[in-house]
Each structure stands twice: as structure tokens, then as C-alpha cells.
Write a protein that binds this ligand. Structure first.
Ligand SMILES: Cc1ncc(COP(=O)(O)O)c(C=O)c1O
Length: 419
């Protein structure tokens, strides 16, 4: 480990930042233009990083090119949504075909039931499901369903959890959140869960949890705590909701199949729309049947684009051509091996970084008191080496990433640590 990551950290970070500014005038100009019409030039907070984020012009397979003409291997994969890479032929074919058939036909489509059939077959916890337009919306609807069906107000979530733009619990209940009655518990804390149910059991409509916190730094849930939550919900009549918006890729049946724990409801999003905006929520038939519009007491759930033809058909192509059980298992194994190899490199270089995660989704963390600065420096230097991942350390492998790319990343890490 060089001094750059320890005693000379501030100077090294200043130099890396200056080099980044000098190397990326096109991205700087793109932000300046955007600033005139969007606050801070930004419309998606998670993309922001100082001094300005890269503006990416194009992508092919697992490679992207920024507006200044630099090429990168894409290890971010659209924060897990871009699992296919950028030019998957079956998705291109499906989208072009459906567009030629006509879109916005104000009707049911041949595609939505077909997509729902495949998803229900994969996730036994979703006996019935409904489509939405984002993971955020899927979670909002799942929570609303739980509150209406149970007639209870309280929702248990977890510190570090992220379920969407208005369901964000990185530092407790955020001011931007919807005004539900949230109890924000520590993650992986059996005692806190028991205490919450002891104090408030009859008021709890739902427990909403990620089997691995994604935005919260790729922290995997303790299976014993998940099982405890399963038991507490069963005992009290609260609904256990797994947010598998990220973790659904962990196997054909998501993380829940790997864990062997079946929630009452599941939410998914990201890649099941074949790269287009997508969300879905589903659950036991007795819960979801409340949406049956032939019922006099039906719960309404409208949405112009809930079943839009492009997304439905792209999702169908995605499942049939790319998200096969074999491909997902192989991606999981590739991710586990890559994370282990990365941790071995970091340990050998003094342990100033550590990688957490599950399967193909992982997060590099700095360690020690200067952790954030160290990670920033690593990020600048890896970008200069031609590797793209989130400034906060998130890596999400996509299907086109193979041994050449992961080996290249590991070699670059060694160079950066030794430089
Ligand atoms: C676990 C989880 N839930 C929900 C969401 C929200 O999904 P969307 O960005 O599609 O609204 C995300 C997005 O990153 C997520 O990671």
C-alpha cells in the first residue's frame, strides 16, 4: 500500500481531482448546460459526485464511452438495472417489433399476462402480481396494500434501507419520505425486532426489508433475523414484504429462494423491464385479490404506463433470452468469486478497503477514519484506468462481463494500490 492512501491522502486526492477535471471538459460542459434548466444540473441524485459526474454518450456490451471519448468497462450496470449490457440483440428486436406494431393502444396487451405468468412461476410468494413503473412505485403500492388489507397503520423498515426516492432510510426516516407511520429499526438486530413487535404488534401492517441492503452498502441480511421477522409477522398478522428490486437476480427465484424464506409479498423492478422503467408488486392471492375490479370493494390502482407494451415485451424477451436460471446462477457465482478476489487484493495491500455484497452486487468500502476520502481516491484512479463504478463504491456485474473484464479490474486495482 502506498502512502497516497494513508499519509499523503489529501494531496493525492487533490491531484486526482485536478486530473479528472482536466481530462473531462466535455462532462463539465454538459453539467454547466444542464445547470441552467435543472437544479445543480441534476435529475437523479444518486448520479451526483463531486466535482461533476461523467456524461456518457454511448455503450456497447459492457463498455461505455463518455462525451470526451474515453472508454470504460462498465462495472456499475445502471445500479443493477443494466444486467444485459447496453446492446442486447433480443431486447433491441423486441422493442423494435413492438414499436412497429403500435404503442399506446389504450388497452390490455398480449404481453402483460405472459410476463406475469413467467414471474409468478419464478416467485412462489407472488401468486398474483400487478405491474407499476418503478421500484419506488412497487414498494409504495405494496405498503399501501398492506395497510389497507390489514387495517393497520404501522410500517417497520430498517436503517440503511432504500426502497425508492420517497422511501429512503439511510439515516433514519428522511424528510422526503411519504408520511407513513414508520418504525425504523437497526438492520440485522433480532432484539430490536422482538421489542418492536412486543410494543406495537397489533399496529404493524408490514415489515419491508431488502434481503441485502443495496444502496445501504451491500449488507446482506442475517438469515436468522429474516426468519425471526417471518415468524413475528406470522404470529401477529403483519405482512412480510421482501424488496427484491436488486436481489431478484440472485437466482431464478431471487434471494428468497436462496434463503428458503417466503414473504407474504414481494416487490421487483430494475431489469425485469428489459432495461425500461419497470416495477411490480405481488403476493398471496388473498391479499392481491383485493385489486380485482369486479369486487364491489376493490382497491384501485391506476397507471397509464403500468402495462405499457414496450416494457412488457422487453421484459418478456429479457426473461426468455437472458435471465435464465443458468445465467443467473453463473452470474451469482462469478460475483462471489470476484468479491473474494477483490478482498484478497485489498487484504494483501494492507486492508484499507473491504468489499461486502452478495453474488454479482457488491460495494467497496474504505476502512478507518479516512474511509470516505480513500474510497474517493480509489474511484478517481480506477476511472483513470478505464473502470466505471459508482463513486459510493457500488459494483453490479452485468451478464456480458467475463473473465477478461474481471481479471482486468483486479490487475488495475493492484496497479492503483501499488502506484
Ligand atoms: C432495493 C431497492 N428498492 C427500490 C428501489 C427503487 O427503484 P426505482 O429506482 O426503480 O424507483 C431501488 C433502486 O435503486 C432499490 O435498490
Amino acid at each position: 500500500m502506498t502512502d497516497a492512501f494513508t499519509s499523503d491522502l489529501d494531496a493525492a486526492l487533490d491531484a486526482a481531482r485536478s486530473a479528472y477535471v482536466a481530462r473531462n471538459p466535455g462532462s463539465a460542459a454538459a453539467l454547466e448546460r444542464a445547470r441552467r434548466v435543472m437544479p445543480g444540473g441534476n435529475t437523479r441524485t444518486s448520479l451526483w459526485s463531486d466535482p461533476f459526474p461523467l456524461s456518457v454518450a454511448s455503450g456497447q456490451g459492457c463498455h461505455i464511452r463518455d462525451v470526451d471519448g474515453h472508454d470504460y468497462v462498465d462495472f456499475l450496470g445502471e445500479f443493477t438495472a443494466g444486467i444485459f449490457g447496453h446492446t442486447a440483440p433480443a431486447l433491441a428486436e423486441a422493442m423494435a417489433r413492438v414499436h412497429a406494431e403500435g404503442i399506446n393502444l389504450s388497452s390490455h396487451t398480449p404481453y402483460e399476462a405472459a410476463l406475469a405468468e413467467r414471474l409468478v412461476a419464478r416467485f412462489p410468494s407472488m401468486e398474483l402480481l400487478r405491474f407499476a413503473n418503478s421500484g419506488t412505485e412497487a414498494n409504495l403500492m405494496a405498503l399501501t396494500t398492506a395497510r389497507l388489507v390489514t387495517g393497520r397503520p404501522r410500517v417497520v423498515v430498517f436503517q440503511g434501507g432504500y426502497h425508492g426516492g420517497v422511501l429512503t432510510f439511510g439515516h433514519g426516516n428522511a424528510p422526503v419520505n411519504v408520511p407513513f407511520d414508520f418504525a425504523v429499526l437497526p438492520y440485522n438486530d433480532a432484539g430490536a425486532a422482538r421489542a418492536e413487535f412486543a410494543a406495537h404488534g397489533p399496529e404493524i401492517a408490514a415489515v419491508l426489508i431488502e434481503p441485502m441492503q443495496g444502496a445501504g452498502g451491500c449488507r446482506a441480511a442475517d438469515p436468522q433475523v429474516l426468519q425471526l421477522l417471518r415468524d413475528l409477522c406470522t404470529e401477529t398478522g403483519a405482512l412480510l414484504i421482501f424488496d427484491e428490486v436488486q436481489t431478484a437476480r440472485m437466482s431464478e427465484g431471487g434471494a428468497q429462494a436462496r434463503l428458503g424464506i417466503t414473504p407474504d409479498m414481494t416487490t421487483i423492478g430494475k431489469f425485469f423491464g428489459g432495461g425500461l422503467a419497470f416495477g411490480a408488486f405481488g403476493g398471496r392471492a388473498d391479499i392481491m385479490n383485493h385489486f380485482d375490479p369486479t369486487r364491489p370493494d376493490a382497491i384501485g390502482h391506476a397507471g397509464t404506463f403500468n402495462n405499457n407494451r414496450l416494457t412488457m415485451a422487453a421484459g418478456l424477451a429479457a426473461l426468455d433470452h437472458y435471465l435464465t436460471p443458468k445465467a443467473l446462477d453463473a452470474l451469482f457465482a462469478r460475483g462471489e468469486a470476484f468479491r473474494a478476489a477483490l478482498n484478497a487484493r485489498f487484504d494483501a495491500a494492507g486492508g484499507l478497503f473491504h468489499v461486502t455484497g452478495m453474488g454479482s452486487i457488491m460495494n467497496i468500502h474504505g476502512t478507518g477514519p479516512e474511509a470516505a476520502k480513500r474510497l474517493r481516491l480509489l474511484h478517481f484512479r480506477m476511472q483513470a484506468e478505464g473502470y466505471y463504478f459508482a463513486a459510493r463504491g457500488l459494483i453490479a456485474l452485468s451478464l456480458p462481463i467475463g473473465a477478461a473484464e474481471t481479471d482486468g479490474f483486479l490487475d488495475a486495482i493492484e496497479r492503483v494500490l501499488a502506484a
